[in-house]
Design a protein around this ligand. Sequence first.
Ligand code: ATR
Length: 269
Amino acid sequence: TDRYCVFGHPVAHSRSPFIHAAFAEQTADTIEYTAIEAPRDDFPGAWRRFTASGGRGANVTVPFKEEAFRLCDTLSERARRAGAVNTLILGVDGQTHGDTTDGIGLVRDLERHGVRLVGARILVLGAGGAVRGILEPLLAGHPASLLVANRTAAKAEALATDFGDLGEISGGGFDRVEGPFDLVINGTSASLAGDLPPLPDGLFAAGATAHDMMYGAEPTVFLRWASERGARTVDGLGMLVEQAAESFFQWRGVRPDTAPVLERLRQGL
Ligand code: ATR
């Protein structure tokens, strides 16, 4: 049996073991997938010990995504851009390959909801690690424009510079935000504190979609705010399942059907 796991700290809350067990069941694949709490000061050691005992690959979550990036022998282009890795793959040569599937997971979930990126005016709120991970796949969808707005304007401006070769991207503080937008993605951690970034009215174009990378049993403050202003809302649970499906594909070469797994997860919230 090939072994996989998710590394985090803490990790007990992770839904990844449930998701990957469901994928494996679906594809009649026998894998073992567990959650491992790696020590904060020795992530490379945890990965080494895991591979020494038959581990073939892993997901990586908070707070190890940047450390995982640093230990890889080879990286996918999207992981190099993101500066973070959520998927580790042990090669037959013993080398560690790193990929990040968060951004493609977001784009797949948006596609599933019928959101068109081509020609869209996109606003991304936040400029932390989570946002860095989604910019390359969003720009690959050829939006008309992509504005990154952040509490700390300089971080958004730096992201716009780093990704400027990939498309129409600009960055700044929340005071730069002026609608309408076809797609607004909340990548700040403000929702965790029940906070809402300061946003103007007239943010949403007709038929616009609001996406929050967070999720929970109840809609986030941002999604409630967006819904009141007529936007269609999508939370981060679909992105979670889609990023897992892309990781599963990288390891096993099979694409699982995400819809029934998402439905079961939603029921369990
Ligand atoms: P992550 O890995 O989740 O992206 P992060 O790198 O710490 O975490 O980034 C958190 C993001 O949420 C940042 O963009 C942060 O804004 P700053 O760069 O100005 O710190 C944003 N954020 C956190 N709390 C916020 C709040 N209450 N209001 C607005 N933005 C907030």
